[in-house]
Design a protein around this ligand. Sequence first.
Ligand code: HEM
Length: 439
Amino acid sequence: MISITELLHNNIGKLSVIWYGAVPRVTIMEPDIIRDVLSNKSGHFPKPKSNPLVRYFATGIASYEGEQWAKHRRILNPAFHQEKLKRMLPAFYTSCNELVSKWDTLITAEEGSCELDVWPELQNLTRDVISRTAFGSSFEKGRRIFQLQTEQAELLIQAIQSVYIPGYRFLPTKRNTRMKEIDKEIRALLTDIIYKREHAIKVGEASNGDLLGLMMESNVKEINENNGSKKLGMSLHEIIEECKLFYIAGQETTSTLLVWTMVLVSMHPEWQVLAREEVLQFIGRRAPEFDELTHLKIVPMILNEVLRLYTPLDVLTRRTYQEMKVGKIILPAGVKVALPALLIHHDREIWGEDVDEFNPERFHDGVSKATKNQVSFLPFGWGPRICIGQNFAMVEAKMALTMILQHFSFELSPTYAHAPCTVLTIKPQHGAQIILRKL
Ligand code: HEM
């Protein structure tokens, strides 16, 4: 058995330790140990508490643990079941249709093509999808909430990137005052939407299948089944936090998946041709149906390969809350554990000599074949805390890519500069300039 101090002086296999401030941080790249950590087999590995600024202004969900986390899962998981996702398809379609119609109008008849930075376009698309699916009929208010959250996130990133001075966030600086105003406006808008919805449920109006409705219905059901005990249901504050979380967790990640997909299939036109052939053969130029999207083969192979090469979240983190054994190592309490998904996805020993190449063929027989049943493909995490929105994201991405392929062929513009950078997610630093042609 090896202690962490020995490890510090002697990195072993695919484990390494660095000091992260006063706390040791262990980086693990060994699939068997990753399985151990993510499946909680070695005990309980909570997520680390986020930066105090993030906790104060953004969602508190990352630090949900134990009972609180179980409740959150119980309420949210049913919202992402296939049947429920099917009901959200019209919202996906409406948003994607608006995008392709807009792009259509940008292409003039005489030119037959146009150049466009698709990065902000795809960010808007995923924001729109989440506003519609989260808030349904209150979509306009939802859109306003998300605009405010975008501003909040930008201010938050500025704050995190500046020197951290304890207590500074309480000073009435221009940035702090604006952040507080935003927080207040978001809460007021959400509270209004939630109260109205609560009233509608009480008077027996059917929910329109949006996430907020599903969350509130299962909440009411749970309270009723437990003789009116509010202990199991969610409080208004928790529902507000969940709504904010959808945006944070669901928007940015999916837009990066889409933008890298457009970039990579532009760089590899043979895959663009194959994907379009599949779409036109199985769906034609009609609005895609749920079952058609779930039966596509080439499109998900491409999406998985993009998720491998440009995984939106580059590192998953955990913290040991007591002494733990992982593999041959004993970790004391309070150690930060980092699982660098991006590095694992680029490990030659796991993926082979063509690890850095775009080769969707490796996913031809599914993820388990491609990974030889190892825990080495982590775009959505793994184990009990795996992303609950993964089916939602994949259906959304399939819908968007299918509709873009139905309408346009595309290639990279000479002005495009390939510069992936990480600010929360891996994004194109200088945008994604693409030349679109009408089909
Ligand atoms: C391509 C798109 C997406 C990617 C790559 C992604 C990735 C992830 C990852 C890596 C985690 C953390 C897992 C961990 O720490 O073990 C996560 C958690 C989460 N994701 Fe996603 N996600 C995506 C889309 C979405 C969407 C669309 C939603 C909701 C609409 C969503 C909701 C969540 C939630 C609620 C959690 C927290 C789960 C928990 O801690 O219980 N995600 N996601």
